[in-house]
Design a protein around this ligand. Structure first.
Ligand code: ATP
Length: 397
């Protein structure tokens, strides 16, 4: 169908170019790049009365960001001096245009490789624990949000088949508690964005919420299937350029550590433990297995540490000292010490924030648990983004 106001090329008019320039500041909320770079703007024309006509091509039918993009296009075009009104002609890319876009962003399917491999400047942290329920997902999500609040581009791969709780903690769930579904553009998957963090989760591909009483098939997951899923996440999900990628891994040792060692050899490991000695034992084992698969241990976070209450008394639910102990044991025989990055106290607010989809580090940055998590974020944020200190992968002659 012909648009009501046929739209010539932008180069036809100076004002049209000014509109295009303004539209280059409109960011696709899912792909997070200027829509002009994504070839989403076709022709632009401005007639003698100052009426601008913009041809907007959405990536897919039913694009969830359509309203936002159209609104932003109108606002940007209206702000150009000389433009009095804006018509937006919305259409959808042809499959050939969509394929060209996907190839532009991720390369052709035949040549697509793992993102964040050895040549990448993205810092990758695999968050592990020996056992479940120690707060690994809660810490991962809050750490990611704290890093994003520091201006870093952050993504999370939630590969915790047994407790894919990252989407809920970041508010990426519907009324039934189901994780939002990612948008697909051709064979490229766009990670939903929660609290400025790009998230892909196994929970987004399973039709039952964690804790709903239905396993959603999660318990049947075995090593090879998990390996393929992580591989697919790292290949087909379009994260764009990230400063930091956090991986929330299933608790335990073995299969997943081997997968991460193969897929992301430059990943560094953060071991989460609770303070009691029994937890410290299993946490130490998960660190040792990660090291055996060639990964470096960045540090240990102790969670659910003693809480100093308002009246000065100490709530010491899980004892104390486990974090220090794990760090000490993982340091043994190493050239450089494995630090205890933080001791995060028990916090009702941290738990409530997780349940409500409002991460504590933004809901209450002054809470003692927030402060501890933010100290880890500061440490990561100041490391920068380069290859210094990384194994170069050069084989000896
Ligand atoms: N410091 C803390 N104080 C109080 N509650 C916490 C704290 N950290 C985590 N929790 C709560 O403990 C529960 C388990 O946390 P979480 O799901 O993050 O653990 P996990 O190690 O990722 O478990 P799994 O691997 O089984 O998913 C959640 O209800 C969470 O809100």
């Amino acid at each position: 169908m012909q648009p009501e106001h046929p739209v010539p090329e932008a180069s036809d008019t100076q004002l049209g170019q000014a509109v295009r320039q303004a539209l280059s500041r409109v960011i696709d909320p899912e792909i997070r790049k200027p829509i002009t770079d994504l070839d989403m703007i076709g022709g632009i024309a401005v007639d003698e009365t100052g009426r601008a006509s913009v041809d907007l091509k959405l990536t897919i039918v039913g694009c969830p960001a359509a309203d936002t993009i159209e609104r932003d296009v109108r606002a940007a075009a209206s702000g150009v001096p000389g433009v009095n009104s804006v018509d937006v002609d919305v259409s959808v890319m042809s499959s050939a245009e969509r394929r060209a876009l996907v190839e532009k962003l991720r390369g052709s399917a035949a040549h697509r490789s793992i993102q964040f491999g050895p040549d990448s400047l993205t810092r990758v942290y695999a968050v592990t624990s020996g056992k479940g329920g120690v707060g690994k997902s809660t810490l991962t999500a809050n750490l990611a949000v704290a890093l994003a609040a520091r201006g870093l581009r952050v993504g999370i791969v939630d590969a915790d088949v047994y407790g894919f709780s990252i989407p809920a903690i970041l508010g990426l769930v519907d009324d039934d508690g189901l994780a939002v579904k990612p948008t697909r553009v051709g064979d490229m998957i766009l990670p939903p964005v929660g609290r400025d963090v790009k998230v892909i989760s196994i929970g987004m591909f399973i039709d039952s919420a964690p804790g709903s009483g239905s396993s959603g098939g999660a318990v049947a997951w075995r090593g090879p299937m998990l390996h393929r899923t992580i591989q697919q996440f790292l290949t087909d999900v379009f994260f764009g350029d990230l400063d930091v990628l956090l991986l929330d891994l299933p608790p335990g040792t073995g299969d997943v550590a081997i997968s991460i060692g193969q897929l992301l050899p430059n990943a560094e490991v953060i071991v989460v433990t609770t303070p009691q000695p029994a937890a410290a034992d299993v946490a130490e084992r998960s660190g040792i297995v990660a090291r055996q698969t060639g990964q470096r241990i960045f540090g240990v976070i102790e969670n659910m540490a003693p809480l100093v209450q308002a009246d000065g008394s100490v709530l010491d639910l899980f004892g104390s000292g486990g974090g220090d102990e794990v760090a000490r044991r993982l340091t043994a025989g190493q050239d450089s010490p494995v630090p205890l990055l933080a001791s995060v106290p028990l916090s009702l607010a941290l738990r409530r924030g997780g349940d409500a989809g409002e991460p504590l580090v933004i809901a209450d940055p002054a809470d003692a648990a927030s402060i501890a998590i933010q100290s880890v974020a500061d440490r990561i944020a100041t490391r920068g983004r380069d290859l210094a200190g990384r194994p170069l992968g050069v084989s000896p002659r």
